[in-house]
Design a protein around this ligand. Structure first.
Ligand SMILES: *Cc1c(COP(=O)(O)O)cnc(C)c1O
Length: 401
C-alpha cells in the first residue's frame, strides 16, 4: 500500500496512535472494498446524499464568455450542502462496520463537523466534534447545526485556539478511546491511511463527471477545475482522469495579496516542506517550522497545509496550481448567481473565478468542467457583509437588540 506519494505523506505520529491507525488500515483494506460495504454505501449515497449530483451545462455562461463549453458539477446539491458528506458518511459507515460506537472529528470552519454530525445521526453513532475556541465564536451557525444533529461540540482552548489545536486535541482523544471510537478526518491529508481513504470516498465526484460527460458529449473534458484547501474535492474530481489527457487545475486561496498572513497559497514555491499533523507536505511556515497565519475569504481554504498527493502531483506537473483573490472570488460568486441562478460557496467560487479567466481564451470546441464543491447559503454572513456592509450591519444590530 502507498504510504508515500513521492517524498510526501507518510505516518508521522506518536507510538500511542499506531495501533488505532493499523486497525483503520485493516478496515480500509478489507472492510471498505467488500461487497456488503459497497452496497450499503451506494444506497446511502443515492437515497441520503442524493447522488448522482447533476452535471449542469452552463449555457448562459458558455454563450457569454464565447470560449469553451462550460459544465458545472453540482456537489452543492448534496445533502448538507457540500462534497464533505461523501467522505464523512463513508468513514462513519466504516466506523460502524468496525464495531465502533462513537465518532470524533476536528473542524475549523465547521463544514466537516456538520457533515460528520449528520452522518453519525443517520447511522446511529454518538458524535463529538472538537473545535478551537476562536472558530466556535466565528462559526456559530455551524456550531448550531452540529448540535441540531445531536453532536456534542467541545471547545478547544489550547494554543492558538484554531484548527490545528483542534486536530491535536482530537488525535490525543483518539489515542485514549480507539477501542470504541473512530476519528473521522475531513480532508485528503493527515497520517496514512487517511489521504487514501478520503480520496477513495471522494472519487465518486470524478467518476460521475466522466460517466455523464461521455454520454452527453461522447468524450471527456479538456480541463477540470476544482478549488483546493486540504484537497479532498480536487483529488476526488481528478483521480478518475489522472491517466487521461485532460488538464487538471487546482485553485488555491490568493486572499488579499501575496504577503504572509494574507493568503493560503502553499504551492508554486510559497509553502515549505515540513512534517505537521502526522504527514509530510508543503506548509505555510517559517524557516524554523512555525506554522504562519493564513487568510482567505473562504473559511474552508485557509488551511496552512496541503494534502500530500496534491503536493506530489503538483510538483510532478500533473496538476497545475493557480490561485484566485478574494475580490475575484466575490465577482465570480455574483457572476454565476446572476448568469445561472447558482450560488457558489466561497471555496468553490475560487474554481469559478479561474474559469472566468481561462474559458474566454479557449476554443468553442473545448469542454471545461468546474466542480462546485458546495453551495453558498452558508456564506451569507461573509458575502452580505462584503457586498452590502451597511444594510447588513443594520440588520444584525436590529436582530441583536
Ligand atoms: C471544506 C471545503 C472545501 C475545502 O476542502 P477540500 O478538502 O480542499 O475539498 C472546499 N469547498 C467546500 C464547500 C468546503 O466545505
Amino acid at each position: 500500500m502507498t504510504k508515500y506519494f513521492g517524498q510526501f505523506g507518510g505516518q508521522y505520529t506518536g507510538e500511542v496512535l499506531k495501533p488505532a491507525l493499523l486497525e483503520l488500515e485493516n478496515a480500509f483494506l478489507h472492510i471498505l472494498p467488500s461487497e456488503l460495504f459497497q452496497k450499503e454505501y451506494s444506497m446511502l449515497l443515492r437515497d441520503y446524499v442524493g447522488r448522482p449530483t447533476p452535471l449542469y451545462f452552463a449555457e448562459n455562461t458558455t454563450k457569454d464568455l464565447k470560449g469553451a463549453k462550460v459544465y458545472i458539477k453540482l456537489e452543492g446539491l448534496a445533502n448538507t450542502g457540500a462534497h464533505k458528506i461523501n467522505n464523512a458518511l463513508g468513514q462513519v459507515l466504516l466506523a460502524k462496520k468496525m464495531g465502533k460506537k462513537r465518532v470524533i472529528a476536528e473542524t475549523g470552519a465547521g463544514q466537516h463537523g456538520v457533515a460528520t454530525a449528520a452522518a453519525a445521526a443517520k447511522l446511529g453513532l454518538s458524535c463529538e466534534v472538537f473545535m478551537g475556541e476562536i472558530d466556535v465564536i466565528r462559526q456559530q451557525p455551524n456550531v448550531f447545526l452540529m448540535k441540531q444533529y445531536g453532536a456534542k461540540v467541545t471547545t478547544v482552548t489550547d494554543g492558538t485556539k484554531t484548527l490545528k489545536d483542534a486536530v491535536n486535541r482530537t488525535l490525543k482523544e483518539w489515542a485514549n478511546c480507539s477501542d470504541y471510537t473512530l476519528y473521522i478526518l475531513g480532508s485528503a491529508l493527515g497520517p496514512y491511511p487517511y489521504p487514501d481513504i478520503v480520496r477513495t470516498f471522494q472519487q465518486i465526484i470524478g467518476q460521475e463527471i466522466k460517466k455523464e460527460i461521455l454520454s452527453r458529449e461522447g468524450r471527456i473534458p479538456d480541463m477540470l477545475i476544482a478549488c483546493c484547501g486540504g484537497g479532498s474535492n480536487s483529488i476526488g474530481t481528478f483521480t478518475p482522469f489522472i491517466n487521461d489527457s485532460v488538464s487538471l487545475v487546482a485553485v488555491e486561496a490568493g486572499g488579499r495579496n501575496k504577503d504572509i498572513g494574507n493568503h493560503a497559497v502553499r504551492m508554486n514555491g510559497n509553502g515549505k516542506l515540513g512534517i505537521i499533523e502526522g504527514y509530510k507536505s508543503f506548509f505555510i511556515q517559517s524557516d524554523e517550522g512555525q506554522v504562519l497565519p493564513t487568510h482567505s475569504i473562504s473559511a474552508g481554504l485557509d488551511y496552512a497545509g496541503i494534502g500530500p498527493e496534491l503536493a506530489f502531483l503538483g510538483q510532478k506537473g500533473r496538476i497545475k496550481f493557480e490561485s484566485a483573490t478574494d475580490e475575484e472570488v466575490l465577482n465570480a460568486y455574483q457572476y454565476f448567481a446572476r448568469k445561472e441562478g447558482l450560488l457558489f460557496a466561497m471555496e468553490s467560487a475560487h474554481a469559478a473565478a479561474y474559469a472566468l479567466r481561462i474559458v474566454p481564451k479557449l476554443t468553442k470546441e473545448a469542454i471545461v468542467c468546474i466542480t462546485m464543491s458546495g453551495r453558498g447559503d452558508k456564506d451569507i454572513f461573509i458575502t452580505a457583509k462584503a457586498l452590502y456592509a451597511d444594510e447588513w450591519k443594520k440588520f444584525l444590530k436590529r436582530e441583536g437588540a
